[in-house]
Design a protein around this ligand. Structure first.
Ligand SMILES: [Mg+2]
Ligand SMILES: [Zn+2]
Length: 191
């Protein structure tokens, strides 16, 4: 039986958990920030569900296939496990309206800031989104938080420093912090 969690932390992948390297097309290119494993382990120990939520339009664009994304996530899971941490589920959107791969070239419900990936965690783990958090380096991650009435944390890693300088109208993060370990600390002091 799947574990149930009341609260979830939805983590963007590229630029938040791992270095932003453009389209990540090989598992060997996975590069955790030095604090990533500690940050995730602290969330695990606090009893929060930890979920990866990632837009992977490279699939729709034909740059790599879903199998490569799964391999990337398997590598991440191995590296986390070696550090005593884990992500409870890995969710990603393979779509993009301008994609070249017919199967994935469409508007969908799961490309952030749309809420579809969070809805999967609600269905599978019983998460209450209003008691949950979204962490990411783009305003669309904060937009996802707003869409599900979770708290949104913008990190300054990846595109975050640049994003901080140009907040779109109506965008409001609950916190803007330097990196994932600061986000994790902020979350743990706000539950
Ligand atoms: Mg990102
Ligand atoms: Zn999608």
């Amino acid at each position: 039986m799947t574990r149930r969690f009341e609260r979830g932390v939805f983590l963007d992948r590229d630029g938040t958990i791992i270095e932003e390297v453009g389209y990540l097309d090989r598992p060997e290119r996975v590069d955790f920030f030095p604090w990533t494993i500690d940050a995730i382990r602290a969330l695990n120990r606090a009893g929060l569900g930890v979920f990866l939520v990632s837009n992977q339009s490279g699939i729709a664009r034909g740059f790599f296939d879903a199998h490569v994304v799964d391999q990337v996530h398997e590598r991440m899971a191995d590296m986390l496990q070696a550090g005593g941490a884990h992500i409870d589920a890995y969710y990603y959107c393979p779509h993009h309206p301008d994609g070249s791969v017919r199967e994935f070239a469409r508007v969908c419900e799961c490309r952030k800031p749309a809420r579809g990936l969070v809805d999967r965690a609600i269905a599978e783990f019983g998460i209450d989104p209003e008691k949950s958090f979204v962490v990411g380096d783009r305003w669309l991650d904060v937009g996802l938080a707003q869409a599900v009435h979770a708290k949104g944390v913008l990190v300054r890693t990846g595109y975050g420093e640049r994003e901080e300088q140009r907040a779109p109208k109506g965008a409001a993060a609950d916190a803007i912090v330097d990196n994932l370990v600061a986000a994790s600390s902020w979350i743990l002091s706000n539950i």
